[in-house]
Design a binder for this molecule. Structure first.
Ligand SMILES: Nc1nc2c(ncn2[C@@H]2O[C@H](COP(=O)(O)OP(=O)(O)OP(=O)(O)O)[C@@H](O)[C@H]2O)c(=O)[nH]1
Ligand SMILES: [Mg+2]
Length: 376
């Protein structure tokens, strides 16, 4: 590892791993002479008390970098690598030690590269890469070259049609399991996750806090949330907090699975839950415990109904296939332009200005200028 030197820094530091999420991040350090390496000793204290500045080459030192657990390896006479927790905080702490050195040593990735670094599935990474190959630029150029306001509007709307998909290339789709107490919500979460994520018990009010699990379904990132059983009345203040949290989750969901105990049927608590779901949120009814005899009232007919048994595994696969189909009924291909890297905001702004009577030429000129400043 060789780090380019700028204006005679005592210790040069640069990030070796890409910015963004990761389990481990690495920083490279180098200096012109070992006498300057005392600056490293000032920040790093090895558990073995061996000094990094004079450690044998290739010796692995575990220790603390101003309170942060790190591993330091002296890789050459005047070169070291520091391996720390992934993410920004730990790396920044090390780079801050040598502030004059890091700037400009690693080119900042473009917005698309940053997005790519944050994707967590192969499908979403490929879709982001496809944007970088010119698809998105072509779509924006088509808008810049549109001859009429209608054609311009159409071009922007074609792109915005994929806004929801673009927003979930990194942020997972949120699926919330909601229902009255003891209907089988946590068991459903566990069955969908494939492991015992949430506590299951035969008493109502078991789940208090919202319990999240992250899944990949059909190549898309999902966060499935189990919630406390929602009921009208409770004397237990902790359960009341749990219900408030569950109600809060209803407002931030892409899809709500309304859990119904097959053996108890639809209740007035379900009616209350439906009233709390925002109009624009997708919803479906999931019958739980379908291995028990059916009883009670039937739910409203207009809602999609899926039937499951967490115990028997019945209907779980069908549910995990249905969820992505419901939320992403139209899959983008690698030729689909997606409004990422700030283009959605640009499209909305232009549609807004066009509707206010702004001149098409002016909007296209500005869009063209903006486009030429983008590195993708
Ligand atoms: N027969 C049968 N019992 C089930 C099934 N799923 C859950 N149960 C039982 O139903 C009871 C409640 O299950 P939970 O998953 O804890 O229900 P919950 O809706 O999360 O309950 P709260 O957190 O209290 O609101 C437990 O005794 C489970 O073992 C199922 O598919 N079949
Ligand atoms: Mg529960």
């Amino acid at each position: 590892m060789t780090i380019p030197q700028t204006s005679a820094p005592r210790v040069s530091a640069c990030r070796l791993t890409a910015p963004g999420r990761g389990a481990v991040a690495s920083v490279g350090l180098s200096c012109a002479s070992t006498k300057h390496a005392v600056a490293i000793d000032a920040a790093f204290c090895a558990a073995s008390n061996i000094r990094a500045s004079t450690a044998p080459i290739d010796r692995v030192l575990f220790g603390s970098w101003r309170g942060e657990d790190v591993v330091v390896v002296r890789t050459g006479e005047t070169e070291w690598e520091v391996h720390c927790h992934g993410g920004e905080a730990a790396v920044s702490r090390i780079l801050e030690e040598f502030p004059e050195n890091d700037s400009g040593m690693v080119a900042l990735p473009s917005t698309l590269e940053q997005l790519l670094l944050q994707t967590r599935t192969t499908k979403t990474a490929c879709l982001v890469l496809a944007q970088a190959s010119g698809i998105l630029r072509s779509a924006m150029i088509a808008a810049v070259q549109a001859r009429t306001p209608d054609a311009f509007r159409q071009q922007l709307n074609d792109l915005l049609r994929w806004e929801s998909v673009a927003n979930h290339l990194v942020d997972p789709w949120r699926v919330v399991i909601a229902g009255p107490p003891n209907v089988g919500k946590s068991s459903l979460l566990n069955a969908v996750s494939g492991y015992e994520r949430a506590i299951v018990f035969d008493q109502p009010g078991t789940t208090r806090d919202a319990v999240h699990t992250e899944l990949v379904l059909n190549g898309w990132p999902f966060c499935v949330v189990d919630t406390a059983g929602i009921q009208r009345h409770t004397d237990d203040p902790i359960e009341a907090h749990g219900i408030a949290r569950a109600q809060d989750r209803l407002t931030a969901a892409d899809l709500i699975l309304i859990a119904v105990d097959s053996s108890a049927g639809w209740t007035s608590d379900h009616d209350d839950i439906v009233l709390q779901i925002p109009d624009d949120c997708q919803r479906a009814i999931v019958y739980c415990r379908n291995d028990l005899p059916m009883s009670g009232q039937t739910p409203p007919e207009e809602l999609t109904l899926l039937s499951t048994s967490a115990d028997q595994g019945d209907g779980i696969r069908a549910l995990t296939e249905w969820i992505p189909m419901k939320l992403i009924p139209d899959e983008p291909t690698l030729k689909t332009a997606l409004p990422v890297a700030g283009t959605a905001e640009i499209c909305h702004m232009n549609l807004n200005l066009l509707s206010q009577g702004e001149s098409l030429n002016l909007l296209q000129d500005r869009m063209s200028q903006w486009l030429s400043s983008q590195t993708w």
